[in-house]
Design a protein around this ligand. Sequence first.
Ligand SMILES: Cc1cc2nc3c(=O)[nH]c(=O)nc-3n(C[C@H](O)[C@H](O)[C@H](O)COP(=O)(O)OP(=O)(O)OC[C@H]3O[C@@H](n4cnc5c(N)ncnc54)[C@H](O)[C@@H]3O)c2cc1C
Length: 278
Amino acid sequence: MNGELHSLVCLKVVPKSEEVSVDRESKTLDRGHARSEINPPDMNALEMALALKDRHGGRVSLLSMGPPFVAPMLRAALAMGADHAYLLSDRAFGGADTLATSLTLAAAIRKIGDVDLVLCGEESSDGATAQVPPGIAAWLDLPQATYAHSVAFDDTRDHILVVREVHDGEETLDVPLPAVLSVKVSTNEPRFMDTARLVCLRANDPVTTWTAADLDVDPGHLGGAGSPTSVTGLGEVAGAGSGRRREVLKGTPEEEAHLLYERITEFLRSAGMPARGG
Ligand SMILES: Cc1cc2nc3c(=O)[nH]c(=O)nc-3n(C[C@H](O)[C@H](O)[C@H](O)COP(=O)(O)OP(=O)(O)OC[C@H]3O[C@@H](n4cnc5c(N)ncnc54)[C@H](O)[C@@H]3O)c2cc1C
């Protein structure tokens, strides 16, 4: 690492998940009555960056793509101890899928420059694809570690040791910097904002807003125009436990696999879905 540690945290502002409903007519999320919040795992990513700053010094930048109402939330995150915030706000960014979102965020990170560590949440509470952090790493051609729950520097501070959650345990990765991390939700306790700091921010606003014209990206790659995917339908899933049946399949592994195949095929047919294969 050259000089001080510069961490950048990607914060997505999302509707509070418990207040969002599905509009059955339009098959879209009805966010009109929902309050907004910073995506919860992003707060864990911010706390991880601030804890690194406490231990090693340096600075923390924030980056968000969203409408202008995101700016006050960035100020609240700045009051927790971050140093500068960048808001990407332009109608041209609207309707972005994960490809266009990660491309846009990556272009801004490139423009900000000198970033050692990009921290994201593990996934958003609305889109919930978990594709944006790996997307950013791919566009910037950087190494990545997902589902991180703790980090530490090695002696050289050229690498970071990342403990990440895997299916049946955890693994430690030695990742060269600069790098992109996605941070596991609830991995730490985000600190409260410092209200005195918030008052100071009002006098000297460290939120920079960039539009599409500020980024070195072909407009055809932004927003809906640059998004090969779109959400065409939404459905509600019955709550856990409703209509749940339990059956233990007994036999040799081959017999069990065959019985499982039969049960899945029966279920798909009863749900009116085509069951393929033999
Ligand atoms: C119900 C629903 C379903 C969707 N399904 C898909 C889909 O299947 N495929 C698809 O391509 N798009 C989908 N989208 C669109 C998707 O929400 C947007 O592309 C979004 O901008 C990024 O994807 P995500 O929310 O899944 O992010 P994730 O990849 O889950 O987010 C991970 C992290 O990336 C960072 N991040 C993500 N977005 C931003 C942002 N705007 N600003 C700053 N940091 C950010 C945050 O740190 C976040 O914690 C869906 C949207 C909705 C509402």
